[in-house]
Design a protein around this ligand. Structure first.
Ligand SMILES: C[S@@+](CC[C@H](N)C(=O)[O-])C[C@H]1O[C@@H](n2cnc3c(N)ncnc32)[C@H](O)[C@@H]1O
Length: 439
């Protein structure tokens, strides 16, 4: 049973403890001692079920006499796992998907429901080429079921992107993104790293448009490879790498990264600064600073110091002290659904609380920027509530700051001080970056 039993435990942990799937998966794989192909199958099952949850429930409800959400736990999770294997995993025979699901019901103490599991999954298998159509009358509802995203989010996206691009965004969120790394230019260069990775059986190609980044295939657990351990690369989405590029940090500068953990933007800034100058990496949570320190040690960066503190609370010793201040704000994360599939199920209510925190961070950060210095606000979300609306309000209140244009390689080109990146347009995570200058 291995992979399936572990996958079920992970899904139950997400349901009962509101755990994030990626963290619960990592912990459970370790506890159950799953490695290699079994671990890969388990990850595929967990991500696949989370990515397709609403669609799977739609099909399950067509063949189950009880409403899926009325089923006793963990029957719904068992049925979702079985249906996912039947509908998406060609290499798993339908009979194996059905039988292992019946077995899971028995070992989970739901043996009395094994007949139901058997019957529902057999019907799905028999009808898999002629499944019931999703009603298309209500556009948002159709897209919500088809791509398993909450309806409120689909409606919001439709109003921003229109039908065609909304569908492309939702589909991209259910795709597996490429693994992207930034080259540590202090230790190697792209050409040498590509060759070195090849020696480890990893295919690396330069990112189509973001300088200094490589896309990897066949990496497996990258952290076990020498180039990773020797600090020659940083795992980072190309969108995140763009923050230091857009900030335009230079060797010798003083930089404050106000919301820094686990350190990605600080590391990328240190690369751009040739590790010369001063980077203060601050985070609210002291326990997260260790991740920054460990990362800096692995990458051999000495320009970074860490500091715990609430970025909303003024520290007089930092007043007008920094050439560049980065505010990589806590956000809803709706731009990284392709990496954290369960982010989509966040409550819409968060969208009312987060901008208050983001605004307070930005207001305070502004006080640390030296005259003529740069303030960069970024998030890994795509909704204007946490992006343009926050920076617009900030600029209205702070007449000493203005948006400052920048140029990136195609497909972005010239931007008037702010940029929203989208997976379906740019092949990156969904991300927002705004560069502002203090007069
Ligand atoms: C988007 S993450 C930052 C990611 C980081 N910049 C990187 O590139 O690895 C947001 C961070 O803000 C921190 N945070 C949340 N509220 C904060 C506050 N009031 N002051 C400072 N940091 C805060 C969180 O702990 C979290 O680590």
């Amino acid at each position: 049973m291995g992979a399936r039993e572990t996958a079920l435990r992970v899904l139950m942990s997400c349901r009962n403890n509101h755990a994030w799937a990626d963290a619960a998966l990592k912990a459970q794989l370790g506890r159950d001692g799953l490695v290699g192909p079994e671990a890969a199958l388990c990850s595929r099952l967990v991500y696949g079920v989370v990515q397709n949850q609403q669609l799977l429930d739609f099909y399950l409800s067509a063949y189950c006499s009880q409403k899926p959400d009325h089923l006793q736990p963990p029957l719904l999770e068992i049925l979702r796992l079985g249906a996912y294997q039947i509908l998406y995993l060609d290499r798993v025979p339908d009979s194996a998907a059905v039988n292992t699901s019946v077995e899971l019901a028995k070992i989970s103490g739901r043996g009395q429901a094994s007949g139901l599991v058997n019957a529902v999954l057999r019907k799905i298998a028999q009808n898999k080429t002629a499944l019931p159509p999703i009603p298309e009358r209500d556009e948002a509802k159709y897209l919500s079921i088809r791509y398993s995203h909450p309806k409120w989010l689909v409606k919001r996206l439709l109003s921003i992107l229109g039908r065609e691009e909304t569908e492309a965004f939702l589909a991209a969120n259910n795709d597996t993104p490429p693994l992207t790394v930034q080259v540590n230019p202090l230790k190697t260069n792209a050409e040498s790293l590509i060759k070195e990775l090849e020696g480890w059986g990893v295919k690396a190609t330069p990112h189509p448009w973001v300088p200094g980044c490589l896309e990897l295939t066949g990496a497996g657990d990258l952290t076990t490879l020498a180039p990773f351990r020797e600090g020659k690369l940083l795992v980072q989405d190309p969108a995140a790498r763009l923050v230091s590029l857009i900030a335009g940090v230079q060797p010798g500068q003083k930089v404050l990264d106000l919301c820094a953990a686990p350190g990605g933007k600080s590391f990328s800034a240190a690369f751009a600064m040739e590790d010369k100058g001063e980077i203060v990496s601050c985070d609210l949570h002291e326990n997260k600073l260790k991740r920054i320190q460990e990362g800096a040690a692995r990458l051999d960066l000495t320009s970074i110091t860490t500091s715990a503190g609430d970025g909303r609370v003024f520290r007089p010793e930092w007043a007008e002290r920094f050439d560049t201040v980065l505010v990589d704000a806590p956000c809803s994360g709706l731009g990284i659904i392709r990496k954290k599939p369960d982010v989509r199920y966040k409550k819409a209510d968060d969208l009312f609380i987060l901008p208050v925190i983001q605004t307070a961070l930005l207001d305070n950060a502004a006080r640390y920027v030296a005259p003529g210095g740069v303030l960069v606000y970024s998030t890994c979300t795509i909704l204007p509530e946490e992006n343009e609306q926050v920076t617009d309000a900030f600029l209205t209140e702070h007449s000493d700051f203005c948006r400052d244009g920048f140029t990136l390689p195609a497909p972005v080109g010239e931007a008037e001080g702010q940029l929203t990146l989208w997976p379906q347009r740019h092949g990156t995570d969904g991300f927002y970056i705004c560069r502002m200058k203090r007069k």
